[in-house]
Design a protein. Structure first.
Length: 561
């Protein structure tokens, strides 16, 4: 079915409630594992169909944040879904305590049950009202960010489409863009402060109502993490400080030399080459055509996947005025297909985001035969391995997009892969501090961000007069901080794994690609660290893992210089 034929219908939550209650009754009355399995699969399918309509509603709003009907549907779901989740939890509680659990685990594996136990720990009827308030504020943040306009040289830009100008090879232009953005963001600073403060207070109350000291452990449970905790993540962040930050300082110093600037500023960070960043050699339609060649080179399964995405209209890639920013991949259980959302703006980020989201979409496509809905996707840090790894696996195909500038793109992408991790860790450390200190003021949060920049991003400098940037609020543009607490470290963990796939592909590409495809097919059938074992990847929480990866990358970067 083509996407244009996929309709949205407001979910009948009364009917959904009845189906959930019926599934609970079936499970309670099951006399053997076969009957319990039937109740589980019936419930799983009903939940999947509901999930499809929710995904469609969320996508429609992201495609046009000014669409009043789409906003109305999201308002409806935000207000009512948390209450429906109470019924879902009743079913899960019966399921994990079922006398047939051992037999069901033999059939479906143990990870689903561990995941359901964590899900039960992360939601209760006591916080349904708070969850609805949280969703409403998150939608308000998305609308606000989509509405921000930056006047520059007689035109108005969104935060998404000003990107190409911000990467200009002319330093004066880069500087002027930075000041234009700074001025525009100043006008929204107070509202962004207020929105985040409200979100922090709501989430803190969630934690308290769920019997936690604060939101942090609840946030980890909401992310579905079953085999590591905040202490493990803290070890990883410390390794980044000890081993990676010094290397990134050297990379930034080389950037400054290539750009021939003595006073390296934050607006120089996006540009890795004096002649400018490599950019795709054509428009969106041209890029779609090149992608056909890229996926054909990767193999038959990849090619079939991409043809399906194109033929069924499962991508929205252009940049529009009222479209939400960023990129993401969602999926429709009802039709068993993924969907890619992006905002092409003529920079190399178009290719990076496209291949990244294709990695998510390919994994969902590859795992389509998993027996349970909860196994179609893994937890998010594992999801990001699929997306980030595909960025590296497609290096040999980047010439389709960048032609003679391919090596320049690869150099920027590879050193960017290392440079990202300290930033991602700064975001994660910031969020841990925020939820450990829920009574902090907006100014306290800004001061903490500036302190973390000196640790994780010691090269970063702002100019006098950049009031917004220098106030310690650049993090407000990072939507994950508002929308998905504790998500961002997943990118860092996954990057350390994706770089391992890259290094292995340098030695034996066929073997690495086969293991990548096998990992994608596993979907969410296992926990994060167990999936790493199946894929032959080292655990990023183990001392020394990051150091060995850095050595291989820096050697390659030296050869590319």
């Amino acid at each position: 079915m083509h996407f244009s034929e996929m309709t949205y219908t407001r979910p009948d939550l009364v009917k959904a409630q009845a189906l959930a209650e019926n599934a609970i009754s079936e499970l309670d009355q099951s006399q053997n594992a076969g009957e319990a399995e039937k109740a589980l699969l019936n419930w799983d399918k009903a939940q999947g169909l509901l999930e499809s309509q929710v995904a469609m509603a969320r996508l429609k709003f992201a495609q046009n944040t000014q669409d009043t009907e789409a906003k109305s549907e999201n308002d409806f779901l935000n207000a009512n879904l948390p209450h429906f989740q109470v019924s879902e939890n009743k079913f899960l509680e019966r399921l994990v305590n079922s006398p047939h659990r051992v037999e069901l685990e033999k059939q479906f594996g143990t990870h689903a049950f561990k995941s359901w136990e964590v899900a039960l720990q992360s939601f209760d009827e006591r916080i349904s009202g708070l969850t609805a308030e949280e969703s409403k504020l998150c939608m308000e943040y998305q609308q606000l960010m989509a509405q921000i306009r930056i006047p520059f040289e007689g035109k108005e830009y969104t935060l998404s489409n000003i990107g190409p100008i911000a990467q200009s090879s002319d330093r004066t232009i880069r500087r002027n863009v930075a000041f234009a953005i700074d001025k525009s963001m100043q006008g929204h600073q107070q509202k962004l402060d207020e929105l985040y403060h409200q979100l922090v207070q709501i989430r803190h109350q969630m934690g308290l109502k769920m019997g936690r000291d604060n939101y942090t452990s609840l946030g980890y449970d909401m992310m579905g993490r079953t085999d590591y905790n905040a202490d493990d993540v803290a070890v990883f962040r410390q390794d980044v400080i000890d081993y990676l930050v010094p290397v990134c300082q050297e990379i930034r110093a080389r950037h400054a030399q290539r750009l021939d600037v003595q006073d390296y500023m934050h607006y120089d960070e996006a540009l890795h080459h004096k002649e400018g960043e490599a950019v795709p050699k054509g428009d969106e339609q041209w890029m779609r055509q090149q992608a056909h060649h890229m996926f054909k080179d990767l193999g038959e399964d990849f090619s079939s996947f991409y043809s399906m995405m194109e033929n069924q209209g499962l991508m929205d890639l252009d940049n529009r005025e009222t479209k939400a920013g960023g990129g993401f991949c969602t999926a429709f259980y009802e039709h068993d297909v993924p969907f890619i959302f992006a905002n092409f703006n003529g920079t190399n980020g178009d290719v990076r985001v496209f291949t990244h989201e294709c990695g998510h979409a390919y994994q969902r496509y590859a795992s389509r035969n998993q027996p349970l809905r909860s196994y179609l996707w893994p937890t998010l840090e594992a999801c990001e391995i699929h997306s980030m790894s595909l960025e590296f696996f497609t290096y040999p195909q980047m010439h389709y997009f960048f032609k003679e500038d391919t090596n320049r793109f690869i150099l920027s992408h590879l050193d960017g892969a290392l440079l990202f991790i300290p930033y991602g860790c700064a975001v994660d450390a910031f969020q841990h501090w925020v939820y450990d200190n829920p009574s902090a003021s907006s100014e306290d949060r800004a001061a903490e961000w500036k302190r973390l920049e000196t640790i994780f991003l010691p090269w970063r400098r702002y100019e006098s007069g950049e009031t917004y940037y220098d106030s310690g609020r650049i993090w407000q543009r990072q939507r994950h901080i508002y929308l998905r607490p504790f998500y961002y470290i997943d990118y860092c963990l996954a990057q350390s794994c994706a770089l391992q796939f890259w290094a292995q592909a340098e030695s034996d590409r066929e073997d690495a690609l086969n293991r990548y495809q096998a990992l994608c097919k596993l979907g969410g059938a296992h926990s994060f660290t167990k999936l790493l074992t199946f894929a032959g990847l080292q655990n990023p929480f183990q001392k020394g893992t990051l150091k060995s990866i850095i050595t291989k990358v820096t050697q390659t970067l030296a050869n590319l210089e």
